[in-house]
Design a protein around this ligand. Structure first.
Ligand code: NAP
Length: 293
């Protein structure tokens, strides 16, 4: 298929590379020039990239970024053609998603929200899980693209529901990781080290995919970004905002947000969100580490 891929960050670049590998004809664009994908043509604006594309796929930071890529001065809107499909794999506001979808649908263009879970490793290995909102028939036509980049697709309902479900997923990841980090900090302070705790955690009902993924990085004290703290903080804000709109109370997430607030003030934004552990360590006066650190 002819695809325009917009946004070549941690996730977007390997996703676009996997489309090329699967034989699709890709044109890529990134706001900051200089990022390229082997085998893909580079465009100088979203409008130029979208020109002639059957599908426009986005992976950019946040709601504002999606709005500007779509409707900014050189945005995709200028190249919309009847029958085109726009897919958004960024994590953004569900209500803004519905508005963007309405605006392009009035021009005969389909809109699918398809945020992902699986992080950098999933994007690189083509094993992402897509959390999708949109028309079933349209989603079916996108299958060759989904399978080039991911291993599973979950349709949550109509447009906007992919984003809603994604926020509910990241809410859990943020809270589960905070629990893990607090447990390791307390155990270390009480004299039980992380390497001794881990087999116990993983043998018990506490076991989780979040721990599976993050523990090796924590033990090595490698906090380079797989999922930057600033983006998890953005998702926590999105979840709290959606909760406020729907009159839902999320007390645990509100507290975790405060940890992210302090971490951001301390300059951790570009580290992985796993670095929130280091704040707990600072407050407790301990360091959690494995033999490999
Ligand atoms: P990233 O590495 O920070 O990349 C962000 C991308 O967005 C870059 O290409 C950046 O362009 C672009 N961008 C930012 N603001 C823009 C604007 N105003 N206009 C146009 N482009 C803009 O982030 P990422 O990790 O790839 O994440 C991308 C999306 O996927 C985010 O919504 C994130 O929440 C979601 N996500 C990430 C992960 C993960 O583990 N990393 C997992 C699941 C979902 P520049 O190069 O010019 O800055």
């Amino acid at each position: 298929m002819r695809v325009a891929f917009l946004g070549l960050g941690i996730m977007g670049r390997p996703m676009a590379a996997n489309l090329v590998k699967a034989g699709h004809e890709a044109t890529v664009w990134n706001r900051t020039p200089g990022k390229e994908v082997e085998g893909a043509r580079s465009a100088s604006s979203p409008a130029e990239a979208a020109n002639g594309a059957e599908v426009v796929w986005m992976s950019v930071s946040d709601t504002k970024a999606v709005e500007s890529v779509l409707f900014g001065s050189q945005g995709v809107e200028q190249s919309l053609t009847q029958g085109m499909t726009i897919v958004d794999s960024s994590t953004i506001s569900p209500s803004a998603t519905r508005k963007f979808a309405e605006r392009v649908r009035s021009r005969g263009v389909q809109y699918v929200d398809a945020p992902v879970t699986g992080s950098k490793v999933g994007a690189e290995s083509g094993t992402l899980i897509f959390i999708v909102g949109g028309d079933e028939g349209v989603i079916e036509t996108l299958k060759p693209l989904f399978t080039a980049m991911g291993k599973q697709i979950f349709r949550m309902g109509e447009t906007g529901k992919g984003q809603a479900a994604k926020l509910a997923m990241n809410l859990q990841i943020a809270i589960i990781y905070e629990g893990f980090a607090e447990a390791l900090t307390l155990a270390t302070k009480l004299g039980v080290d992380a390497e001794t705790m881990l087999p116990l955690i993983q043998a018990s009902m506490v076991r989780s995919g979040v721990v599976d993924y993050k523990a090796p990085f924590v033990l090595k004290r490698d906090f380079t970004a797989n999922f930057p703290l600033r983006l998890m903080h953005k998702d926590i804000h999105l979840a709290l905002e959606a909760a406020k709109e729907a009159r839902v109370k999320l007390p645990a997430l509100e507290i975790v947000e405060e940890v992210y607030e302090v971490a951001s003030e301390d300059g951790y934004q570009d580290l992985d969100y796993a670095a929130t552990l280091t704040l707990l360590e600072k407050w407790a006066g301990v360091e959690v580490k494995g033999a490999t650190a």
